[in-house]
Design a protein around this ligand. Structure first.
Ligand code: HEC
Length: 154
């Protein structure tokens, strides 16, 4: 019985390890990796900017719509980054990614992970219905966008 459990465990571990291996090389074509991350960043930005417009008063504030956008933003905040997993994926002129990304991979990853933390905080702030909290959570996330773009985007 124990032997069987151990065997099952070993098989499961092997599966996990090989899946992680695939995730490392999710794109065998650099153009596809660029297209994927740019589209993901673009949809993420649509949701983020919508909240910004509401906070600036360019659009009437609606707490329910804001909360929906915050939820979608949080769902998307971790999506773009696998598109950078292929080292040096910057073919032709169709990307604004800088080579510094792959020279400072840990820093880039940390900023990316922080964006998910920021997005979760914004979603939590949206749930309170308090515009002041939403505003400050929004500004923290926006600062992360800008910080990463200043370092790693042309
Ligand atoms: C971890 C670093 C990092 C963070 C954090 C980050 N970005 Fe970016 N962003 C990039 C890089 C690098 C590119 C260039 C990608 C490319 O052209 O291949 C980019 C490109 C973009 C683009 C252009 C996509 C296109 O269609 O070409 C938009 C829009 C964008 N980011 C929005 C945002 C917003 C909004 C945030 C914050 C909510 C954010 N980004 C946070 C690194 C980051």
């Amino acid at each position: 019985m124990l032997k069987k459990t151990l065997k099952t465990f070993t098989v499961a571990t092997a599966l996990i390890v090989s899946t992680a291996g695939i995730a490392q090389h999710a794109f065998n074509d650099a153009d596809k990796a660029v297209e994927y991350r740019q589209k993901a960043l673009s949809v993420m930005q649509n949701n983020f900017a919508y909240m910004g417009d509401m906070l600036k008063g360019d659009m009437p504030f609606d707490a329910a719509i804001f909360a929906e956008r915050a939820e979608t933003f949080a769902a998307l905040a971790s999506v773009p980054w696998v598109g950078f997993s292929q080292e040096g994926a910057m073919p032709g002129n169709n990307t604004d990614a800088l080579p510094a990304i792959w020279d400072n991979w840990d820093d880039f990853q940390e900023r990316a992970e922080q964006l998910q933390v920021d997005a979760n905080a914004l979603q939590a702030a949206a749930a309170t219905g308090d515009q002041g909290q939403m505003r400050s959570a929004f500004m923290i996330a926006a600062k992360n966008c800008k910080g990463c773009h200043d370092q790693y985007k042309d």
